[in-house]
Design a protein around this ligand. Structure first.
Ligand code: MG
Length: 162
C-alpha cells in the first residue's frame, strides 16, 4: 500500500468556466489556469503521483506546454492512471475536499465522483469528494479562489495470470 497527498489552489476570475471534478458548475466566475484549472482534479492527480513516487503534475504536464492549454484535466487524470498502471498500481481509494465559499457544491458531488472514477477506470465507490467553506476566513472565504486537498491510497496490482 502507498499513500499520497495533494494540494492545489486556483484564482477565481470572471470570464472562465468553473470546472470541478470534471463537472461544469454554473457560477458567475471560474478558475484561472493554463488547463481548465480544475483544482480538485489537480489535487487528486498530485496525490496519486505522490503515492506512486512519480513526482507531480508540473513535471508530467508543464503549464509552459501549449498542448495542455485549455485541456480537460480529466484527460490528464486518465494519463496519470496510465502512469500508475505502468508502475503496477491500482487505486485503493481517494478522499478529497474542495474549499470554496460559493457556489454550493453538494448537488454536483456525486457527478464529480462518477467522472473522476471513470477517468481512473475505478469503481465510483473508491472516490469520495467533500466540500467545505472556511466560514469567511482567508482567500477561500473571501471568494478569491478555490483550494482542494486530496489523499490517495494505491494498491499493488496483482500479477496478471500467464
Ligand atoms: Mg492546478
Amino acid at each position: 500500500m502507498r499513500v499520497g497527498f495533494g494540494y492545489d489552489v486556483h484564482r477565481l476570475v470572471e470570464g472562465r468556466a468553473l470546472v470541478l471534478g470534471g463537472v461544469n458548475i454554473p457560477y458567475q466566475k471560474g478558475l484561472l489556469g493554463h488547463s481548465d484549472a480544475d483544482v480538485l482534479t489537480h489535487a487528486i492527480m498530485d496525490s496519486l503521483l505522490g503515492a506512486a513516487g512519480a513526482g507531480d503534475i508540473g513535471r508530467h504536464f508543464p503549464d509552459s506546454d501549449p498542448r495542455y492549454r485549455g485541456i480537460s484535466s480529466l484527460v490528464l487524470l486518465s494519463r496519470v492512471e496510465e502512469i500508475l498502471a505502468q508502475k503496477g498500481f491500482v487505486v485503493g481509494n481517494i478522499d478529497a475536499v474542495v474549499v470554496a465559499r460559493a457556489p454550493r457544491l453538494a448537488p454536483f458531488i456525486e457527478k464529480m465522483e462518477t467522472r473522476l472514477a471513470a477517468a481512473l477506470r475505478a469503481d465510483p465507490a473508491r472516490v469520495n469528494v467533500k466540500a467545505t467553506t472556511t466560514e469567511g476566513l482567508g482567500f477561500t472565504g473571501a471568494g478569491e479562489g478555490i483550494a482542494a486537498y486530496a489523499t490517495s491510497l494505491l494498491l499493488t496490482k496483482a500479477p496478471e495470470k500467464q
